[in-house]
Every structure is written in structure tokens, then in C-alpha cells.
Ligand binder design. Structure first.
Ligand code: ZN
Length: 141
């Protein structure tokens, strides 16, 4: 194990134990939740948009699950403010894996991408581009 990956492991544990932007927003523009049944992870994101209706002003999340899923949500929550909904749409799993900075086994990829999928689906539902009760990683192609 390299020093570098050890540093990232510490970061994941830190975000898991002390999640950033944890909780709920008082007046979110939209909220969306999602589940990763294969691991038992759940995450709900609240997103507040700026007056332009496009740019993220504030986010909060809460959930339950493994360290990878919750640390991914915490790390992602730090990137979202200032991003537009179009930029969020352009995120992919590589962006999330880069934030995490560790090798993720195929089984745990769904844990890692849950937060990203929840925010993207929430944005799509808000814009009327998708109808969905809740995101599930089981729907992955
Ligand atoms: Zn998990």
C-alpha cells in the first residue's frame, strides 16, 4: 500500500466520522433520496439553488451506510456549491472515484456513486426530465 492511498483512506474515514454539510436545509429547492440495496446504503440530498434557478447555493445530506457511501456524499457535498445543474449532469463515476482517491472494487462502485446519482436524479426530476420516486443503484445499466 502506498503512502498516497493511506492518506486517502484516512480522508475517507474522516469524512465518514465527521461528514461535511450533514443534516437538512430549511428551504431546499429540491430533495431526493436514493438507495444501494446491495450494501444497504441510503442517502438523501437537499439542494438549494440560487435565484438563477441553475446554480447550487447550498446542499445538505443525511443517510446511513458504509464508509465509502457516506464519505462519497460528504466529499461530493463540498464540490456542489457553485456548480450549475448542467455541470452536475456532466459528473461521472470517474469524478467520484477521483474525489475518493482509492481503488474501489466493482462491488463497492455502487456505494461510491450513490451520492452522485442521487444529486443527478434530483436535478433531472426538478427540471422535469425524469420521473422517479427514489434512486436505486440496482437500476444501473
Ligand atoms: Zn456501501
Amino acid at each position: 500500500m502506498s503512502m498516497g492511498s493511506d492518506m486517502y483512506r484516512q480522508q475517507i474515514l474522516d469524512h465518514y466520522r465527521n461528514p461535511r454539510n450533514h443534516g437538512e436545509l430549511d428551504d431546499p429547492t429540491f430533495s431526493h433520496e436514493g438507495f444501494n440495496p446491495s450494501c444497504g446504503d441510503e442517502i438523501e440530498f437537499d439542494v438549494e439553488l440560487a435565484a438563477d434557478g441553475e446554480t447550487v447555493e447550498d446542499v445538505a445530506f443525511h443517510g446511513d451506510g458504509c464508509a465509502i457511501s457516506q464519505a462519497s456524499a460528504s466529499l461530493l457535498s463540498q464540490e456542489l456549491p457553485g456548480m450549475t445543474l448542467d455541470e452536475i449532469d456532466d459528473l461521472d463515476r470517474d469524478d467520484v472515484l477521483e474525489l475518493l482517491g482509492v481503488e474501489v472494487t466493482p462491488m463497492r462502485i455502487k456505494c461510491a456513486v450513490l451520492a452522485e446519482k442521487v444529486v443527478q436524479d434530483g436535478a433531472d426530476i426538478y427540471r422535469g426530465e425524469k420521473e422517479l420516486e427514489a434512486t436505486s443503484t440496482e437500476d444501473d445499466a
